[in-house]
Design a protein around this ligand. Structure first.
Ligand code: GDP
Ligand code: MN
Length: 379
């Protein structure tokens, strides 16, 4: 689950990370009011769950409340990378001397969290990693010891931070570490962390991604979920008890079992296709669940073919087949489908589907090849 900038910054400030004065607004007149309260130049920042808002024109400086109102009005009608802007953050504008990157994520290879910093901040860190990898300083954090002071100092030195800011940097780095750990985050990032013209360190941007599987421990954080911004399909899937993750490909996958779903995606890729989603309908999936799953997959306009891969154990293939037909009766889709049913009641399941003129396959390899071929034929 991603948090908005304003939410991340609110959390940061509880951990002694300095943030600019400001508040979030959902309309232009509110933005004007906040600008009046602040009484200085402000920056109007679109709150959408993607990066690169600055480049997209979603971050603008306003010299007075009137201009803040106008710019908020403009930004609130924008779409950034396909996401409509529903809120803006109105922050006191900062005079920037230097932009730094500071972030923590999990380094699976090292089996521990890693804090990364760069003096080439402000821009995309992936870009820095590609073009100037030597500009990124990394320290791994022992989760039982936490971030040690010497590690913060090593980072400060590595990014050529002036000595005057080391103490403040230490507070911010340890704050960010505690945020990351306390919230069960998978990413906590300040980009940019700026040195202002009055030599203060301030977190100008904030980004957090929380581990969905730990949210049950954090009802207060779970509440922050932006249902508008959430991939709608994922919310819908949650309601039906389906494990669903939307991806960017065009072959929809409907599979029972997480491992089998992963395998299905792997095999699709092996034959040159791109899965449109991960979907595990779970064991004992009944017709209703399958029908919900199918509707969710079909709501994605990118989907050009669907691959059903069902291994009947607890889940009976005839139930699944009936679910497919129920869903198709409701959704009336022309998207071609390939089914591979094996296991409990597979015979009966296949018989049910034979009438629906669905392409069937005996093996997963065959099913994946057929699905990929269907998609390629449409290109
Ligand atoms: P992102 O583009 O989505 O990562 O949004 P950021 O919050 O990081 O803002 C992008 C850029 O806008 C920053 O790197 C700054 O250069 C600029 N910016 C943001 N806030 C201010 C501000 O208060 N004053 C000035 N001068 N620039 C700002
Ligand atoms: Mn940023």
């Amino acid at each position: 689950m991603k948090l908005h900038e304003y939410q991340s910054k609110q959390i940061f400030s509880k951990y002694n990370i300095p943030i600019p004065r400001g508040r979030v607004a959902s309309n232009a007149s509110e933005a004007k009011l906040i600008a009046e309260e602040i009484g200085e130049r402000v920056v109007i920042k679109s709150q959408v769950l993607v990066g690169g808002r600055g480049k997209a024109g979603g971050i603008r400086l306003a010299k007075d409340p009137k201009e803040a109102e106008e710019l908020a009005q403009q930004i609130l009608t924008m779409e950034i990378k396909g996401l409509p802007v529903r809120k803006v953050l109105v922050d006191e504008a900062s005079m920037i001397e230097k932009e730094i990157y500071l972030g923590i994520t999990n380094d699976r290879g090292a089996r521990r969290p890693v804090m990364m910093a760069s003096e080439a901040g402000g821009v995309d860190i992936e870009e820095v990693a590609r073009t100037q990898p030597d500009k990124i300083v990394k320290v791994h954090i022992d989760p039982f010891l936490g971030l040690r002071d010497y590690q913060s100092r090593r980072i400060a030195e590595g990014i050529n931070l002036p000595h005057a800011q080391w103490r403040s940097f230490g507070t911010i780095a340890s704050g960010l570490w505690r945020v990351y750990q306390d919230c069960d985050a998978t990413l906590a990032e300040i980009n940019p962390l700026v040195i202002t013209s009055s030599n203060q360190l301030v977190a100008l941007d904030g980004k957090m991604i929380l581990d969905d599987n730990a949210l049950f421990k954090h009802p207060d954080l779970a509440e922050m979920r932006d249902l508008d911004e959430d991939a709608q399909s994922e919310g819908e899937a949650r309601k039906h008890g389906l494990s669903f993750i939307k991806l960017d490909g065009n072959i929809g996958c409907l599979v029972n079992g997480a491992g089998l779903a992963m395998t299905t995606m792997d095999i699709i890729k092996l034959f040159g296709g791109e899965p449109a989603n991960f979907l595990d309908i779970g064991g004992g999936a009944n017709a209703d669940k399958v029908s919900a799953a199918l509707r969710i997959i079909l709501s994605d306009p990118n989907v050009k073919a669907i691959l059903f891969n069902v291994f009947g154990g607890i889940t009976r293939c005839d139930e699944v087949a009936r679910g497919i037909l129920t869903a198709l009766a409701e959704v009336k889709s022309s998207v071609p489908m390939v089914t591979r049913l094996v296991g409990t009641n597979a015979e009966e399941g296949r018989r049910i589907l034979a009438n629906a003129q669905m392409t069937t396959a005996e093996t997963l390899v065959e099913a994946a090849q057929k699905a990929v071929a269907i998609v390629k034929a449409q290109e």
